[in-house]
Design a protein around this ligand. Structure first.
Ligand code: DON
Length: 303
């Protein structure tokens, strides 16, 4: 497969969508990003990386961090996490509070904000420093030691973090957080603020295409755990648009309000795409269109 030719064609098809949608503004530091950016990278399981457009420009990974957090916790802790968080799609927006009371403080899945706060809480208990553990992990897997937090984004989110605080305190009232709420929120905001490029994300997420094997060939996750993360990404990774994402793209995917999406073709490659304009569900408009075009052109999807 001539990856460069395929990505060129994807970029040409997607060009009319770039700039559509709204840049996230509920975290004010994200609102300054140019909506006209577009990049895409593909990391093959053999280590080859191919990119197009702004594929080497760092951006705020936001909720894509939730996939790394889940991998780190499953790697260290195994299946016990599932007593504290479910693995069903929520059918509600990523920051919704509504199901938590009906479901006794157990979030539907690890990719909505409530579920990610539980995963971060567990990672904090396991490591003593959840956000630095994640930063070290993505640096090692991508081979890029320059990856860093964006303190302006982390503090902007903290200043406007009442909704995540409400979710965390509500779960704490049900006994579903072990660490103090401010500690959990701080590590959650810092991990969301990590800045990575499409190149970094495709390579850092390659273990999900390699059935759990890391960049140096060492085993990060069992093949079964990697399969499970991909399954939860497919069903829950794009929130209340996961059905539409499966319909259009047909791959496990995890989006973030920075406009990034990571998608996995198990056994073949990991894709990362970035364009900041979001749809009403918080997913990149051009990013979803690019993945749709990619799987249509290549015929590579799980379906
Ligand atoms: O907690 C938040 O609201 C953000 N830090 C992350 C949300 C997000 O990226 C949702 N994804 N599309």
């Amino acid at each position: 497969m001539d990856y460069q030719a395929v990505l060129d064609q994807v970029a040409a098809e997607v060009a009319p969508h770039v700039g559509r949608g709204q840049v996230a503004s509920y975290i004010p530091a994200l609102a300054a990003v140019d909506a006209g950016r577009f990049g895409m990278a593909l990391a093959d399981v053999d280590g080859t990386v191919t990119g197009i457009g702004d594929w080497q420009t760092p951006f705020s990974i936001q909720s894509i961090s939730k996939a790394f957090a889940l991998a780190l916790v499953l790697a260290q802790d195994g299946e016990s996490l599932w007593r504290r968080v479910g693995r069903e799609p929520s059918g509600n927006p990523f920051n919704s509070l509504v199901q938590l009371e009906y479901e006794n403080g157990i979030p539907r899945n690890p990719f909505i904000n409530a579920g990610a706060l539980v995963v971060t809480d567990r990672l904090q208990s396991l490591t003593g420093d959840a956000s630095t553990t994640m930063l070290d992990f993505v640096r090692a897997q991508s081979g890029n030691p320059e990856i860093s937090f964006d303190p302006a984004v982390a503090s902007s989110e903290s200043e406007h973090g009442d909704r995540n605080a409400a979710l965390a305190y509500f779960m704490a009232a049900y006994g579903n957080l072990d660490n103090p709420v401010p500690t959990v929120l701080e590590h959650y905001f810092w991990q969301c603020s990590i800045e990575m490029s499409c190149r970094d994300l495709a390579t850092a997420g390659a273990f999900l295409a390699r059935h759990g094997l890391g960049a140096d060939g060492s085993r990060l996750l069992s093949a079964r755990e990697a399969k499970r993360i991909n399954a939860v990404m497919l069903t829950c990774g794009t929130y209340d648009a996961a059905g539409d994402f499966a319909y259009r793209v047909g791959l496990p995917g995890k989006s973030g309000v920075g406009g990034g999406i990571v998608a996995v073709i198990p056994g073949r490659c990991t894709l990362a795409v970035w364009s900041p304009g979001l749809d009403a569900h918080g997913n990149s408009v051009a990013g979803v269109a690019a993945l749709d075009a990619f799987t249509t052109l290549t015929g590579w999807s799980v379906f």
